[in-house]
Write a protein that binds this ligand. Structure first.
Ligand code: MEV
Length: 293
């Protein structure tokens, strides 16, 4: 493509699950996370005016502040029509905003004929994430970009982990949530001693989880303990607690909320089909998935 010319572009960003260490990762603790098989694909077409449409999420806007941040980072002035094919639910703690940011970054970079490294993609998508909350650790964009399993540390990045794909049951609480509000809520109580202890313990669980990835019987109890600690951080809700309790009653080896909390999703390991059936019976949307592939 001639310098300065623009054409169509296409990019993909993965959803993610945080297995252990959400919120604690904002405070420098490690988080154990995995890419989902599903995510968001964005197509970029040169147009007369900027626009963004994501039919699955009901989004149809002239342009969002997050897309503007990406265009500025890539020094793109030309207008684009962006269309997103979203296969990951939005605002469910499954990394939808990071998946969109990474997919948009890749699509626009391709549209201007620029090859970006993974580090450049993460840095650019991070600008968009900052629109959603001012203090992202970077774990969501790292997984949206690279997938697989990894132990993420703020300022260090993602250390990839080789492990077989992990089957999880995912249950959606259907409560509206905001990552920004949840991160701010934890910050407001972060000087309390029990909260500080919980943050340190969540980091230890993430490190322990790395060696338990291939063994659901070892991973399950770590999930249970993490959910208890996240309750101390005040990010669980009655619906998330109900999902966790009913997963355990249905035979899960462990269950916890994933992501920022305040709504969003619960993950459970062990007897995944039975867990999903129990969640469906209780009226929740739920599915079985493989992560880290
Ligand atoms: C959100 O998916 C994960 C949090 O730890 C926030 C962050 O790491 O930026 C809650």
């Amino acid at each position: 493509m001639a310098r300065g010319a623009v054409g169509p572009g296409r990019g993909f960003g993965r959803g993610k699950v945080i297995l252990l260490g959400e919120h604690a990762v904002v405070y420098g603790q490690p988080a154990l996370a995995a890419g989902l098989g599903i995510g968001v694909t964005v197509r970029a077409e040169p147009a007369d005016v900027d626009s963004l449409a994501i039919p699955a999420w009901g989004v149809a806007e002239p342009i969002t502040a997050a897309v503007t941040a990406i265009k500025q980072a890539l020094e793109i002035a030309a207008p684009f029509r962006l269309e997103g094919d979203a296969r990951v639910p939005s605002r469910a703690g499954l990394g939808s905003s990071a998946a969109l940011a990474v997919a948009t970054t890749r699509a626009l970079a391709e549209a201007i004929g620029r090859a970006l490294t993974d580090v450049e993609i993460e840095r650019t998508a991070d600008r968009a994430e900052r629109v959603f909350h001012e203090n992202p650790s970077g774990v969501d964009v790292a997984l949206a970009t690279r997938g697989g399993f990894g132990l993420f540390r703020r300022g260090v990045g993602l250390e990839p982990i080789v492990a077989p794909p992990l089957r999880l049951a995912v249950g959606l609480s259907a409560e509206p949530r905001s990552t920004a509000a949840m991160v701010a809520g934890v910050r407001a109580i972060a000087d309390r001693t029990p909260v500080q202890r919980a943050i340190a313990a969540l980091g230890e669980l993430a490190t322990a989880g790395r060696d338990a990835l291939a063994d659901p019987a070892a991973l399950g109890p770590l999930f249970d303990e993490a959910h208890r600690l996240l309750q101390i951080l005040e990010v669980s809700t009655p619906a998330l607690d109900e999902l966790v309790v009913s997963a355990r009653a249905a035979g899960a080896l462990g269950a916890k909320l994933t992501g920022a909390g305040g709504g969003g999703a619960v993950i459970a390991v062990g007897n995944e089909e039975e867990v999903v059936a129990a969640w469906h019976a209780a009226g929740f949307e739920a599915f079985v998935t493989e992560v880290g592939a």
